[in-house]
Ligand binder design. Sequence first.
Ligand code: IPE
Ligand code: IPE
Ligand code: MG
Length: 242
Amino acid sequence: MTQSCPLPVDSRLHVAIIMDGNGRWAVERSLPRAAGHRAGAAAVRRTVEAAPGLGIDTLTLFAFSADNWRRPRAEVDALMTLLEEFLGREAGRCARSGVRLSIIGRRDRLPRTVLAAIAGAEAATAGGERLDLRLAVDYSGREALVAAAAALVGSDAAGLEGLGAAVAAVTRAWPPRDVDLLIRTGGEQRLSDFLLWECAYAELVFTPVRWPDFGTADLEAALACFHRRERRFGGLAGAAAS
Ligand code: IPE
Ligand code: IPE
Ligand code: MG
């Protein structure tokens, strides 16, 4: 991925990132996996700081999947502690830089201390208008679809728009936004149950870069790749379209 032209920074893009590769980053350095997650938190900060200047107004980051509860207890505990620390540490910085931070996903299985940190961070940053930062925690795209369908039973609001709104409402990913660009770091090329509905027409960029190594240049390269793509949404391109 090389950047060949200046990026249009006046766009309003929803970029979603599957932040993968923390564990391998650590193992490759003979460190415990938790050290990879800790290093990943610094990459989150770099990405959040760079995003508004690159035309991104909504950034959704996959921090913990509903299936990640299957990991060893010690790793899950380390991830929850890191999340709590991150929210406590970054809320003030986000508020000062116009970043509205919110958590999407389930909340009924999170530790109470994490819930308190979420409430504090969401309240402190509620007025942010430069970037809508959504952290997906205990998130499952399939569960979101099931919950949305259940919420619509007997309602007149079914249909594409109604289901899209319900998916957004049940995960608190409000307002509903389709993903423009999905990036997955770490080398795997799969969705792992992330934003299945919202990614219907997302452009996909996969990079082998481990998440803790992901920097502004990697984000710019992914965006440059995105801007070279032709999005057709099922129609035809250029002159053939008319
Ligand atoms: C992503 O990194 C972070 C979470 C899933 C919480 P991983 O921990 O999955 O890292 P790898 O894929 O094992 O390298
Ligand atoms: C997806 O990564 C979840 C997050 C990045 C938070 P995983 O590492 O859990 O996904 P799989 O198991 O490789 O599909
Ligand atoms: Mg992984």
